[in-house]
Design a protein around this ligand. Sequence first.
Ligand code: HEM
Length: 630
Amino acid sequence: MFLSRNSYRIAVPSNWWQYPYPYDVVALAGAQGQLQRENLIDGKVEKGNTKCSKSLNKARRVDGYCNDLDNPAAGGINYRLGRNVPLKVTYQDYCNLYKPNPRDISRKLLQRTEFIPATSINILVAGWIQFMIHDWFDSGTNDRSRTMEVSLEDDDSEFNETMKIPATRSDDCTPLPGINKDICKRLPDDFSYCKDVKDYDTYQNTVTHWWDASQLYGVNKKIIKRIRTKRDGKLIMTDENRLPIEPSTGLPITGQNINWWVGLGVFHILWTREHNYICDMLKERNPKWKDNKLFDTARLIVSAVIAKIHTLEWTPAILQNKLVILGLVSNWYGVTLLEFAKNNQTLAAQLAIQFPQLANGIPGTVGKPKNIRGVPYSITQDFIAAYRLHPLMPDSLQIRNHQTDVVENDYDMMKAVFEKSETVFEENSMENLFYSMGNDHPGAMTLHNYPNFLRNIKLPASSPHGSGHVDLATIDILRDRERGVPRYNEFRRNLHLTPITSFEDLTTNATHVEELRMMYDDDVEQIDLLVGSLAESPLPEGFGFSDTFFRIFLVMARRRLEADRFFTDDYTAEFYTEWGLDYVENTYMKDILIRHYPSLDSQLQPNVTNVFIPWKSQTTLDVNFPYPDY
Ligand code: HEM
């Protein structure tokens, strides 16, 4: 049934979650190891000639350069996205770009007919993850000179005859300094053996790849200049402690304001306030520090505490699985073999003998030596695909008074996005917004639950994605195909997962089986990655998204920490100050909420430990938090 001592590196079982303890532990650790060895795939960019040194680069640069001192461009803006699957399977399959028709998929498989809630989490989960992805990646302004055209059925009254979708901007290699464009565009070395490749394309990330809070601070000097007060390191806020609004767009002035809505906005406001609080604390302790030093140090501290909250709070909320949570703790602090062995000394000794790779447990990343695993750091195209979590969005928002629980306002989401969000901020207190989104559920990641407002949305003229009327579900499907992300079964094979051989292997829902079979012409190989992931059932215990998507999280969550010198080699008091390190260690999301909105104290009653789990549902105190009761 199980791995032999020597097969640990060779045959990792795909479904760790179906194994009894302690085999699940070994299988999960083995899966992570295999992904780390085989699935960090470089987009192959030349190094460039920016000069960096540790003494000159004591802070995060606005363009993300000089984090990796040996490879200055890595992870910086416009650095090419890598992959988690071999390059030979990442070509765009032109002939099948529209097969099956993505709008058909949107209408027949994704359309929400009735809201299906994810009851173990709250709406803050949706706002937070969008806040995170705006830090990690952005494929940039679409190229309106090249369009993809999706044909429409006659009875599709929401759109005209065809739906035109601008292509993703192509990889033009700008402006990686010192790089000859011809070199940059060349095909990767191992491309020659991709026999049946029709084309190959690469894409850039137009924001920094690092976990550096660039969504708050921006990625160029122009933005950073607009958001800073230039006094004591602080960021500009209005007298009401909100963000200033850009009159021409009606959108807030912050590092990144695309696809704005109130759930995203509350985090921008909260963290801008927290940045300013950190500046005050640093100034109190270092009265002689000037504006830049205060700003740079506050940014380091903000980035680190956000990374910690994401690792130890957001992810454990959406993946409420004790073993996975222990793994997340291991990503930050490390976990000993004895902890994996549930404090059973005999079992720990046996595991150490049988699986020597686990003998020292799993070391943490933060404050430990940097490790890029031989591959220059970048976010990957597959990572973007795995974060297409739009079904989390509700179609409406009810705002209740945080003290009386009485409904004060009810918004159709269409009336609470882009520039209209500001009206919601004006009509409701931050306390009421946090309280309402802290208790209400987002949508579940499943078929037939894609928010209708996003399936029929008018993007504003300011949108880099192209103004106009679009169906985001159609776009989600088409983008993965356009960018050469393999379809579901091929994706699984390349992540060492058992491929499915029938629709019944994918889901236990008989109606879904029939719908999928019809849509994909009885061919499981055609199933799109997003559709397969939304259909997957049953899921591992506590999972808020598919086990297939989880594989990308498994490899990339640790990667974002261990490849960054500011979380590893330079996570020291010299860079952060002693106060800064203590602050990161001891601050959780709840502390920050109560600091800025003290009247939430009674709603965040003592039992609430994880702010991303519905507050009222936390009726008993989790005394072990942030460790799982494993
Ligand atoms: C009001 C809420 C939201 C709106 C209006 C919105 C809108 C959009 C639009 C217009 C795009 C670009 C489509 C294109 O490729 O042309 C996009 C991309 C994307 N969205 Fe959302 N979105 C929202 C919420 C979310 C949330 C909650 C998530 C969860 C993680 C999310 C994840 C993504 C991802 C991963 C992409 C791909 C980005 C890229 O290609 O670089 N979005 N969204």
